[in-house]
Design a protein around this ligand. Structure first.
Ligand code: FAD
Ligand code: 5PR
Length: 376
């Protein structure tokens, strides 16, 4: 007996949508993915991934490609007014730093190899609980499963009228990819290990922070944080004199950042009343956008993409399976959201020694372990 191949339609070609599409296709589904932009590429600079998403990337066979152009820095260092507070080696925690374009490209290759049909320039306008997706060009399509992975402004979510709460924070950040310039930085500060992640905090006399994250041998990810109320600190392109006066040891890479237009993102959290409705499920920023403190937004997106694909594949009834998936998986993402929001509100990361306890619960999670919800 041959069963009809089940079909999924996905809105959004970001990290969430590409991961879900690849996982479903590898699990035997026919999958169409719609990306509104005419081009398939990642915006933004660098990213940190932890065990939860690295396990998923292994499962969808994107691991080797990812490892080829990423790194695990020797330590996560935290400084306050340039005084080292901690150098956490994160022993026993799997983590990688890389660029967003590299992660996106890796996922795109995996999706294509898995047989996902990717349609760029295709804008989704909404979906219904009974499995109809609609497009800006007036067309509609039917599916056994529809995934809204269309980001923080999700059209799929909004078409379903799912109630949400949005919490904004006082701080925000501008992110850049620049050349490493390790030799120049070493000349300025020879005793510094410039392969570390270095989280340079200044709270007094003024809140300004630079998160320095080597992404590979050539590329450096730097994120510049300032309160939204600080017009000069949050300005783009950045005010080079201001940033260089506070962080003189970073002068060469700040000069590169100042040449890039940049965009200031205010920290915010989006919480939904529910993530699924009938045959529709939401994942990624569409369902659970979070502050970046734990570096878990994309991690949770990929984790939920994988567990959703697995749950739907095993399901006798998709709507019931989706509800059960949310019940089992959502608490981990809620925790990451709450914890990240708390760090954004309190700026407690500045104290150093933060990567322990609940802060790393999501980072250590293995969403591909079939026994993960069993009580030991
Ligand atoms: P998106 O990346 O927003 O992708 C959505 C896609 O859907 C886009 O391609 C968009 O064009 C498309 N789309 C939108 N509307 C439609 C439509 N109507 N029809 C079709 N397509 C549509 N996470 C980490 O894990 N580690 C980090 O280090 C990290 N750092 C961060 C730093 C900052 C400052 C911020 C703001 C976030 C950070 N994140 C990090 C979070 C991470 O970037 C996001 O959580 C992640 O990119 C979300 O992926 P997504 O696929 O859900 O959404
Ligand atoms: N961690 C990472 C990051 O990119 C940001 C933050 C923490 C990896 C911001 O860009 O706290 O803002 C943060």
């Amino acid at each position: 007996m041959t069963e009809r191949r089940r079909h999924a339609e996905i809105s959004g070609g970001g990290f969430a949508g590409l991961t879900a599409a690849t996982a479903l296709a590898q699990m035997g589904w026919s999958v169409r993915l719609h990306e509104r932009s005419p081009e398939l590429r990642a915006e933004g600079a660098g990213i940190v991934l932890w065990n939860n998403s690295l396990q998923v990337l292994d499962k969808i066979k994107a691991g080797p490609d990812l490892m080829s152009n990423s790194m695990t820095p020797p330590a996560y260092e935290t400084r306050m007014n340039n005084v080292i507070q901690s150098q956490e080696t994160l022993d026993g925690i799997r983590w990688r730093t890389l660029t967003r374009p590299h992660l996106h490209q890796t996922l795109l290759v995996a999706a294509r190899e898995a047989g996902v049909e990717i349609i760029s320039g295709s804008e989704v306008t909404g979906a219904t609980a009974d499995g109809t997706i609609s497009f800006a060009n007036g067309e509609t399509a039917e599916a056994d499963l529809i995934i809204g992975a269309d980001g923080v402004g999700s059209a799929v979510r909004d078409s379903l009228g799912i109630p949400l709460e949005r919490q904004r924070s006082r701080d925000g950040i501008t992110r850049f990819l620049v050349p490493r310039r390790k030799a120049e930085l070493q000349a300025l500060e020879p005793d510094t290990e410039w392969d570390n992640v270095i989280d340079f905090w200044n709270l007094e006399p003024r809140v300004l922070r630079v998160l320095y994250t080597p992404a590979n041998d050539q590329e450096l990810y730097i994120a510049l944080m300032a309160p939204a109320a600080d017009a000069q600190g949050s300005r783009v392109p950045i005010d080079l004199d201001l940033w260089t006066s506070v962080f003189p040891q970073l002068a060469p890479v700040l000069a590169d950042a100042a040449k890039i237009p940049g965009r200031y993102y205010g920290y915010q959290t989006t919480r939904l009343d529910h993530w699924t409705e009938g045959k529709v499920a939401l994942i990624g920023d569409a369902a659970h956008a979070m502050c970046p403190a734990l570096a878990q937004g994309a991690g949770c997106a990929m984790q939920n993409a994988w567990t959703l694909a697995a749950a739907a594949t095993e399901a006798a009834s998709i709507p019931e399976a989706l509800q059960e998936w949310e019940r089992l998986e959502r608490p981990l993402t809620d925790l990451a959201q709450d914890r990240s929001q708390w760090y954004a509100d309190t700026r407690e990361m500045a104290k150093g020694n933060q990567f322990q306890g609940e802060t790393v619960t999501t980072a250590l999670y293995n969403p591909t372990d079939p026994h993960r919800h069993e009580v030991p």
